[in-house]
Ligand binder design. Sequence first.
Ligand SMILES: C[C@H](O)[C@H](O)[C@H]1CNC2=NC(N)=NC(=O)C2=N1
Length: 114
Amino acid sequence: MSINLLVAQCDPRPAALPEADLQPWLAKVPGWQLVKSDDMPPALEAHFGFDNFYQTMAFVNAVADIAHGQDHHPDMIVSYGACTLRLWTHAVNALSVNDFICAAQISALPESGA
Ligand SMILES: C[C@H](O)[C@H](O)[C@H]1CNC2=NC(N)=NC(=O)C2=N1
């Protein structure tokens, strides 16, 4: 739990985090929420707003860079001035530390507008 999410590398063999253990991890990624629905595994979701499509796409491309480097890829919904991201760990059909690593690194992007 003393991991520095901003410099961590995703584990290629991730373990599912038990749902009962998620709260301290969620506290480390402000702006990201736990979302659950019947037809989806639990996921981390965040919404980012921008002034225009150029800024939105600059963010999307910066996210793609992180996803490529981490081999961990969010679902993205992209519109003119906004992007919603959803992360979970497909391999375990749950959240793992990898999702929190990517969430923290995405939020820290200069392109995130934060
Ligand atoms: C084989 C490859 O490493 C896996 O499919 C990676 C790719 N990207 C991924 N992205 C996400 N979000 N979760 C995963 O479990 C995942 N697994």
